[in-house]
Ligand binder design. Sequence first.
Ligand SMILES: Nc1nc2c(ncn2[C@@H]2O[C@H](COP(=O)(O)OP(=O)(O)OP(=O)(O)O)[C@@H](O)[C@H]2O)c(=O)[nH]1
Ligand SMILES: [Mg+2]
Length: 231
Amino acid sequence: MVEKVVRFIGKDVIEENRRKAEALRRLYDEAGVTVLEFLGGPGSGKTTLIERIVERMLKDYQVDEIAYIGGDVATTLDTERIAKYGIKHVQINTGGTCHLEVPHIEAAIKALGGAEALKTIKVMIIENVGNIICPFNFPLGAHARIMVADVAEGEDKFIKHPLSTRVSDIIVINKVDLADYIGINLEKMISDAKKLNPWAPIFLVSAKTGQGIEELYSYLKTIIERHATRK
Ligand SMILES: Nc1nc2c(ncn2[C@@H]2O[C@H](COP(=O)(O)OP(=O)(O)OP(=O)(O)O)[C@@H](O)[C@H]2O)c(=O)[nH]1
Ligand SMILES: [Mg+2]
């Protein structure tokens, strides 16, 4: 009998989540809901960006057609910010885990009223836990995974996190209003991101001033509308 065994189970857990995420995607598609997932490091501006997007979305969609699932380790702070807009919302507290997994989303959908209620929702926004590594390894079946990196994190963020950059469908460089103050070379950030992921469109935005929000929103709306017509 072997007494000392070191097992690396991470891959199995990731694979299992990936399989479950495919089932979740089928559930979204059957319900006709488009799911947008925002991921990125702590404080990169995910909630602020979602606030700007929801404000814009409310000009095109009914308030009860939009839902938000907020992933956070311990607080309800972000969900409180989004709840102000009157959209459907659920908080998930992971209790320490640095990312959301499929069972978290299944529980959130149940809290929203289950598969039937999902049919009344047109767009479901998921904000993952603030972390630039773990959430990217655990897909949640979203139609678009939006990586939010901010200039204050340093211009090397994409190179340092190539896997996160590669699995993203859309890349947002946020807080561009601060770029000059902290001497960030935006061109370098863009070219690094493009080298790692030539397929993802890159949006330069400031969730604070509103710069670039309309362009990002138009792109997201195209995804939502394209999906709705396939229903
Ligand atoms: N200057 C500037 N500040 C911003 C911008 N976007 C967000 N912030 C600020 O950055 C801080 C963090 O923003 P949040 O939106 O809470 O960041 P987050 O990514 O949701 O944070 P976690 O959920 O904790 O990971 C807040 O003080 C925001 O006001 C921006 O475009 N420019
Ligand atoms: Mg947040």
